[in-house]
Design a protein around this ligand. Structure first.
Ligand SMILES: NC(=O)c1ccc[n+]([C@@H]2O[C@H](COP(=O)([O-])OP(=O)(O)OC[C@H]3O[C@@H](n4cnc5c(N)ncnc54)[C@H](OP(=O)(O)O)[C@@H]3O)[C@@H](O)[C@H]2O)c1
Length: 283
């Protein structure tokens, strides 16, 4: 498995399994176990996904040594702030059945995320987490966080797929060596991604699917990807991208698909801020 070296020297696999919206614990456990058996060594969960226990059970059942699997989880908005983040972290470790986390992320740039970051810096110093980072931090919030604290995030997990390539944000991240981690690498299937003519034509030339083209494009860009699937054949397909290389012309075609706006989550949209705080916004 190809890896990336994070800005604090930690090695992280460039591909893993995401388990967002896998709310059935048995299904989650099966998917993670399938992935680990196939060779995946990175799993991305979150406190708010409600499936950390299932991930922990799958890891235990796999028989793999803990240090061979890179576990990522996240603190949700309702647990923003120093004390709540500390308590949420303890619950996450207990749920996962582990005594440390590889990567701990602030899930959203809402609420007292500065307090959360202070807690995470302390967890890092105490060796309870190997790397800390954020999700969905756009340039303004990211710069604000960096300038206010000592530790620069190692990772920013962001919506990133052919239709939304986050070029401006990635430029700022590159200055600080913050690794991009693509959530929704398939745009959750929106815009007909799996049958997109550009992606399927590129795939046909390499005997690969549109999904594999997207993952290979991310790999060649050095971007961490965490595709989600609960189907064994897709979990397998999504991992089978090491035996081909996209040409410069292929890469240029995927680059040209960028629409420059998010497909799924418009982070600064006021309705989203209310929705993610669990409140309906009356216009
Ligand atoms: N930090 C954040 O705010 C945030 C937000 C969203 C997601 N994430 C993380 O990123 C991960 C991935 O994002 P996502 O789950 O939203 O979306 P995604 O990975 O872009 O797409 C998942 C969808 O694609 C389908 N799929 C997967 N592989 C396929 C293939 N080879 N062919 C056809 N269909 C395929 C899946 O269906 P089946 O499962 O039925 O196969 C599922 O419907 C999440 O699971 C989560 O870990 C983080």
């Amino acid at each position: 498995m190809d890896t990336i070296t994070l800005n604090n020297g930690i090695e992280m696999p460039l591909e893993g399994l995401g388990v967002f919206q896998v709310t059935d614990e048995g299904e989650c456990e099966r998917a993670v176990r399938t992935a680990l058996d196939l060779g995946y060594r990175l799993v991305d969960t979150a406190a708010c996904y409600g499936n950390e226990r299932a991930v922990g059970r799958a890891l235990k059942a796999s028989g793999l040594p803990r240090e061979e699997v890179f576990l990522t989880s996240k603190v949700w908005i309702q647990d923003a702030g120093y004390e709540r983040t500390m308590a949420s972290f303890d619950r996450t470790l207990e749920n996962l059945g582990t005594d440390y986390l590889d990567l701990y992320l602030i899930h959203m740039p809402y609420g007292d995320y500065h307090g959360s970051w202070r807690a995470m810096e302390e967890l890092l110093r105490a060796g309870r987490v190997r790397a800390i980072g954020v999700c969905n931090f756009l340039p303004d919030r990211l710069a604000d966080l960096i300038l206010a604290h000592q530790v620069v995030p190692a990772v920013n997990q962001i919506e990133l797929h052919p239709f939304c390539q986050q070029r401006r944000l990635r430029q700022l991240m590159a200055r600080y060596d913050i690794a991009p981690m693509a959530w929704a690498p398939f745009a959750e299937g929106q815009h007909g991604l799996f049958s997109n003519p550009t992606l399927t034509a590129i795939g046909a030339a390499h005997n690969k699917t549109a999904a594999q083209v997207v993952l290979r494009w991310l790999r060649q860009e050095g971007i961490i990807a965490i595709p989600k699937s609960v189907h064994e054949e897709r979990i397998c397909e999504n991992f089978d991208i090491d035996d081909f290389e996209l040409t410069p012309a292929d890469l240029a075609q995927v680059d040209a698909m960028d629409e420059g706006v998010p497909t799924i989550l418009d982070v600064p949209d006021v309705c989203e801020v209310y929705r993610l705080h669990g409140i309906t916004f009356e216009q």
